[in-house]
Ligand binder design. Sequence first.
Ligand SMILES: *[C@@H]1O[C@H](CO)[C@@H](O)[C@H](O)[C@H]1NC(C)=O
Ligand SMILES: [Cu+2]
Length: 223
Amino acid sequence: MKVFPIVTALTLGVADVSAHYIFQQFGVGSTKFGVFEHIRKNNNHNSPVTSLSDNNLRCNVGGASGASTSIVNVKAGDSVTFYTDQAVYHQGPISLYMSKAPGSVKEYDGSGEWFKIYDWGPTINGGQSSWPMRSSYQANLPRCIPNGEYLLRIQSLAIHNPGSTPQFYISCAQINVSGGGNSSPSPTVKIPGAFKATDPGYTANIYNNLQSYTVPGPKVFTC
Ligand SMILES: *[C@@H]1O[C@H](CO)[C@@H](O)[C@H](O)[C@H]1NC(C)=O
Ligand SMILES: [Cu+2]
């Protein structure tokens, strides 16, 4: 959490206080779409989600449905990008997950199975770690996933305060995949449920001679 001095908070105005970075724009190939055009809008000023049993871990607070969020057509294998309003400034891993909607993704609450398609972890050198803190995160969708509507979820797990509860910063995009294959992506997990308080990548002290790091959650699915 970033603590603003009172004067700053008053100057910004209560309605606009947004203390944290948020993944608010989606892109496909070289096209960058509008703010919250294909990403479900949160309603919590993007304070982090911190409970490992909170359904808001799926698509953030306010993101349980996407009735007013557009769906973007993509091809399996396409390059996709999440853009933030300001660069990520808390250390920790960034991951991408997908979950296929049983019907229209606009109504899907993310209660089904999720698989992971990408991790951005640290670079570790001599006990020191550096983390991928950027304003955009680009990856390619797997080519073999079944066609259909999906939630595509990005997660920044902030572990910058060892000894304090880690924080999740999350957004979900609504995508419609075509040109895919017949794979059954695995392993799958439920969210919440995928992250445990005992995960080494959740409890790690990143400042204390870090030698290795395992990003929490399932293994990344590859075709
Ligand atoms: C998803 O893509 C398929 C194949 O292009 C198309 O037929 C269908 O209408 C699309 N669905 C939505 C919700 O855009
Ligand atoms: Cu913070």
